[in-house]
Design a protein around this ligand. Structure first.
Ligand code: HPA
Length: 271
């Protein structure tokens, strides 16, 4: 079952000299975390056998081992999106590999459009739950019962324990956090006003083009998940403006340091 990625796993296992239990996947514009990271080993994706290569601008494509606030971590600097043409198996390959090298907790970040009328551009939202609107699922196909269950429970997709730690850290550092449901879909179009309206009506507070497949794979492998969205634009009736990648990257860049600080503070408490 693991055969296609076994060479990637072997390659990383040969190179790595720390034993991180925490994995971090950096989303759009949040590469700033790397500046606070004590980098010990950085491996470009193209050096790893059978590993996909990221194509979207704003994503660099390296696998970094290092220490973040004194804690061993592995950081994926650049993720794979379904809209780039990768299969969901490829999109979630980093998670499958992380499990095999010992990761127990996963931190994800993304940029998202806010649909909750209380949200403002630049807000950070803790993802408390998600709606899978990809129309597919990374677990479709034969299941290897040694890796995880055929029908994984999703009653606590996002770890309450990690959310509570984040809330404590946010209070301590005076970071204002929103909480809400993230709806994930394929993209690459941003939403029409009618779609934003519908997704809000369905119970979503934010919408974006990632995270959900990774969370599903992580839960299948019994990895705890914590995820944050930066609200980079608004899909709220009356407040909808043209969205572009440039605008999304600009806003993510501005909100990035707050998010980095929060994750930094959480590190010793979750290791
Ligand atoms: N929709 C989908 N994905 C996004 C958005 C959005 O409004 N903003 C940032 N990523």
């Amino acid at each position: 079952m693991l055969d296609p990625i076994q060479s990637s796993i072997n390659y990383l296992r040969d190179k790595m000299f720390s034993k991180p239990k925490i994995g971090i996947i950096l989303g759009t514009g949040l590469g700033g975390l790397v500046e606070k990271l004590q980098v010990e080993l950085e491996i470009p994706y193209q050096d790893i056998p059978n590993f996909p290569i990221s194509t979207v601008s704003g994503h660099k494509g390296t696998w970094i081992f290092g220490k973040f606030n004194g804690v061993d971590v592995v950081v994926l600097n650049g993720r794979f999106h379904y809209y780039e043409g990768y299969t969901l198996n490829e999109v979630t390959m980093p998670i499958q590999i992380m499990k095999e090298i010992g990761i127990e907790k996963l931190i994800l970040s993304n940029a998202a459009g806010g649909m909750n009328p209380a949200f403002k551009i630049g807000d950070i939202m803790i993802i408390t739950d998600h709606i899978n609107f990809f129309g597919t699922n990374p677990l479709i196909g034969a299941n290897d019962d040694n890796l995880g269950p055929r029908f994984p429970d999703m009653s606590e997709a996002y770890s309450k324990e990690l959310i509570n730690i984040a809330l404590t850290c946010a209070k301590k550092t005076d970071i204002h956090l929103q909480q809400g449901v993230y709806l994930g879909l394929s993209g690459p179009c941003f939403e029409t006003p009618a779609e934003y309206r519908m997704f809000h009506y369905l119970g979503a507070d934010a919408v974006g083009m990632s995270t959900v497949p990774e969370t599903i794979m992580a839960r299948h492998r019994n990895i705890k998940v914590f995820a944050l969205s930066v609200i980079t634009d608004l899909g709220i009736t009356g407040k909808i403006e043209k969205v572009s990648l440039e605008e999304v990257l600009k806003e993510a860049e501005i909100a990035g340091p707050k998010m980095v600080k929060l994750i930094y503070e959480m590190m010793p408490l979750i290791s």
